[in-house]
Design a protein around this ligand. Structure first.
Ligand code: FPP
Length: 238
């Protein structure tokens, strides 16, 4: 039996579109409600005492959505970074963004850099936002960096280990998630944290993301606490 609060919870916030469709509203409303749900959940995470949370906010595959929807999500992100920064900071949240920033608008990149800088010493809750993020792309980029080091002679190929490889990932300073939650009833990883989720427990929730509340988070944590985490061994290790 695993007791205690997970150190790191990763969340795939899915179902904004379906939430809106069920109410005959444009998809943009679903994303707006999703952003509100995220804001409330961060408060809950602090109340519960979860040290790390990672949210899949925009995947590398999401760039293939209609431009109008991309604009809606980016607009929301821009407003979010502007309006929430002071609140985040006051609440003791440290913000970190992972993903391919080069595809984001210049002003959004600046907002992210500013938010990361301002909140870098906070220690209540680390919020990792995966933006323009793809797990395969992250691993390929890490492999390329390792290869370049070998090519330049600064690294010997025999020194390549899991520990060394992890240092090339976006998440190099972040512990692996203990628990993955995905909303909206889908049961897939969808290219999220492919390396980091190797031993994470997974909880799938039927509700769409805008309806996900503190109560649902607590339920997922209870579910996690019932699981035996064996990390591939026969003995109970946790
Ligand atoms: C998944 O729902 C959600 C997204 C692709 C975007 C996530 C965005 C938010 C939660 C809003 C907050 C974001 C920021 C950046 C502050 P979906 O559109 O895939 O829903 P569907 O599967 O029902 O169509």
């Amino acid at each position: 039996m695993k007791t205690g609060i997970p150190n790191h919870i990763a969340v795939i916030m899915d179902g904004n579109g379906r939430w809106a469709k069920a109410r005959h509203l444009p998809r943009a409303f679903g994303h707006r409600k999703g952003a509100e749900a995220l804001r409330e959940l961060l408060k809950s995470a602090i109340e519960i005492g979860i040290p790390y949370m990672t949210f899949y906010s925009f995947s590398s595959e999401n760039w293939s959505r209609p431009q109008s929807e991309i604009n809606d999500i980016m607009g929301l992100l821009r407003r979010y970074l502007q309006s929430e920064l002071a609140t985040f900071h006051k609440a003791g949240i440290r913000l970190k963004v992972i993903g391919d920033r080069s595809r984001l608008a210049d002003d959004i990149i600046l907002l992210i850099e500013d938010a990361e800088r301002q909140t870098s010493d906070n220690d209540k809750l680390t919020v990792v936002m995966a933006l323009s993020y793809g797990g395969r792309q992250e691993i390929v980029e890490a492999a390329r960096n390792v290869a370049l080091k070998v090519q330049s002679g600064s690294l010997d190929a025999t020194e390549i280990s899991e520990e060394l490889f992890e240092k090339e990932l976006y998440t190099k300073d972040i512990p692996d998630p203990d628990l993955l939650i995905r909303t909206s009833g889908e049961m897939r990883i969808s290219n999220f944290l492919l390396w980091q989720l190797a031993y994470s427990e997974m909880v799938f929730v039927e509700k769409n993301w805008p309806d996900f509340t503190k109560k649902d988070l607590l339920f997922a944590i209870e579910e996690y606490q019932k699981r035996d985490r064996r990390y591939g061994s026969a003995a109970e290790t946790a």
